[in-house]
Design a protein around this ligand. Structure first.
Ligand SMILES: [Zn+2]
Length: 112
C-alpha cells in the first residue's frame, strides 16, 4: 500500500518536473523570438510621453532612419503594435512602453 503510494507520488513528481521544464523552454523561446523581432522589425523608441488619453512616442524607422512622432491609445501601453512608417511606408512594429514599469523605475530612482 505504502509502496504503491510512493510510486504514484514519484510519477506525479516527474510529470510536474516535465511540465516545468516545458514551460521554461517556452518562456526562453518567447524571449528569443522577441529579441529576434526587435532587431529586425521594430521601430526604435527614442522617447515617449504619457498623456491623459494617449501615449506620444518618438520613433525611428530602422529602414529609412527617419524619426517621427506618433500617438497611440493608452490601451496599447506595454504592447507591440504594427503600423506603416509615415515616411517610407514599410510595415513595422513598435514595442510601446508601459506606465507601470515607468512608475516602478521612478520609485527605484528616488528611494524614500
Ligand atoms: Zn521608414
Amino acid at each position: 500500500m505504502i509502496q504503491c503510494f510512493y510510486k504514484i507520488l514519484s510519477e506525479l513528481l516527474s510529470h510536474i518536473q516535465e511540465i516545468t521544464e516545458q514551460s521554461y523552454a517556452s518562456i526562453i523561446n518567447n524571449k528569443s523570438n522577441k529579441i529576434r523581432r526587435m532587431t529586425k522589425t521594430l521601430y526604435l523608441l527614442q522617447g515617449h510621453k504619457f498623456r491623459n488619453e494617449n501615449i506620444e512616442a518618438t520613433l525611428a524607422c530602422p529602414k529609412c532612419e527617419e524619426i517621427f512622432k506618433k500617438e497611440f491609445p493608452l490601451d496599447l501601453e506595454g504592447q507591440i503594435t504594427e503600423f506603416k512608417c509615415p515616411v517610407c511606408n514599410s510595415a513595422r512594429e513598435a514595442d510601446l512602453p508601459s506606465k507601470g514599469i515607468e512608475l516602478q523605475e521612478e520609485f527605484e530612482y528616488f528611494p524614500i
